[in-house]
Design a protein around this ligand. Structure first.
Ligand code: NAD
Ligand code: WQD
Length: 353
């Protein structure tokens, strides 16, 4: 029996595939490579010494997705595939709704056809919108401030409706806070397209000399140093959270949301200092205006995940920064130079279907 990982070539997906393989699961990946490189999966199979079956398939292509289910004995799906750039979602909302919501509906239809009703879904702390109370629990009010966030919120509602219609579905909705860091080997990590929107990849690219200086968006929030506070979580902790959620959905039916965060907030300037400490590099920065749509403080109450999944985040910010730095140093241009079709890097354990 295999686990199907949609979006498995991406940042969080590749780290989760690695954990799944190390735990002895059979892994099948479906990804259209719109925001990733197959090189991440080659490296995952190298690191684990295990086989991955890969389908370059778009979730919107129902016929091809059906073939994937027809050819394999799938027991559950971990669904990462989606577009995630907040700013881009404001510019091309229809594309975001079509891809994220449309892709999820097609996936659920095919799952239903094959009688596979277990899913772990990648949601986001973005579903809490401009939440003013911290820490944020799963019962905090939900809202969306941009089309990306709204696509997550709508998908959560669709999954709830699906369960109401058929109580044999078993779905874990994981609301990630701010995933950062990389696998400790430095072989896989976050590889954003173009200039990063998120803080940590921006800091690493400044430290490695790819970007000149960091813009710190606002120093007049009601925080210890005035800069925005977030709940950064190591991507390896996050990946482990998916295995715990998988165990839960194999045992119980239902639909439940879980915050995956550390429960601890750090400011932008604290992150800059931590990064400078572990890398020994200076990260020049300039204070700019607040970024529209940002909130001052956002961190999780992760106790539900601890209580019901037996999961807690273990890694602190220094380890997050160190691992992000190791990845950045050994891959200054990410996976960029490596073509998605290059045979030079062929790995017999990556079976490309
Ligand atoms: P990512 O872009 O690295 O991975 C997403 C993967 O999905 C990519 O490999 C992309 O090629 C693939 N994909 C997109 N649309 C597809 C489609 N229609 N068919 C097939 N494949 C498709 O992003 P990530 O950071 O690994 O995020 C994974 C999931 O977690 C996403 O759903 C994202 O919204 C969510 N999330 C991410 C963060 C974050 O900060 N990274 C935070 C909260 C939630
Ligand atoms: C963190 C802090 C910024 C960049 C976003 C999405 C959210 C989720 C995670 C997917 C804030 C500050 C940032 C920079 C800065 N993604 N910052 N200079 O905004 O918490 O969340 O990513 O679901 O949906 O909105 O993360 O990393 O962009 O920002 O000062 O160049 O760093 O103002 O305080 P955010 P972020």
């Amino acid at each position: 029996m295999a686990i199907l990982v949609t979006g498995g070539a991406g940042y969080i997906g590749s780290h989760t595939c690695l954990e799944l393989l190390n735990a002895g699961h059979e892994v099948i990946v479906v990804d259209n490579l719109s925001n990733s490189s197959i090189e991440s999966l080659r490296r995952v199979s190298e690191l684990t010494g295990k086989t991955i079956k890969f389908y370059q398939v778009d979730l919107l292509n129902k016929e091809k997705l059906d073939t994937v289910f027809g050819q394999n004995n799938i027991e559950a799906v971990i669904h990462f595939a989606g577009l995630k750039a907040v700013g881009e979602s404001v510019e091309i909302p229809l594309f975001y709704y079509h891809n994220n919501i449309g892709g999820t509906i097609i996936l659920c239809e095919v799952m239903k056809k094959y009688g596979i009703k277990r899913m772990v879904f990648s949601s986001s702390a973005t579903v809490y919108g401009m939440s003013e109370t911290t820490p944020i629990t799963e019962n905090s009010p939900l809202s969306a401030t941009n089309p990306y966030g709204r696509s997550k919120l709508i998908i959560e509602e669709i999954l709830n409706d699906l369960y109401v219609s058929d109580n044999s579905w078993s779905i874990a909705v994981l609301r990630y806070f701010n995933p950062i860091g990389a696998h400790k080997s430095g072989r896989i990590g976050e590889d954003p397209n173009g200039v990063p929107n998120n803080l940590m990849p921006y800091i690493s690219q400044v430290a490695v000399g790819r970007l000149k200086e960091l813009s710190v968006y606002g120093n007049d929030y009601l925080t210890l140093d005035g800069t925005g506070v977030r709940d950064y979580i190591h991507v390896e902790d996050l990946a482990r959270g998916h295995l715990k959620a998988l165990k839960k959905i194999m045992a119980d039916s239902g639909v439940e949301a879980y915050n995956l965060g550390t429960g601890q907030g750090y400011s932008v300037l604290e992150m800059v200092s931590a990064f400078e400490r572990v890398s020994g590099k200076l990260v020049p920065y300039r204070i700019r205006d607040r970024r529209p749509g940002d909130i001052g403080i956002c961190y999780s109450d992760p106790t539900k995940a601890e209580r019901e999944l037996g999961w807690v985040a273990e890694k602190g910010i220094e380890e997050m920064c160190l691992d992000a730095w190791r990845w950045q140093l050994s891959n200054p241009n990410g996976y960029q130079e490596l073509s998605n079709t290059s045979s030079e890097f062929e790995n017999p354990r990556l079976i490309v279907m």
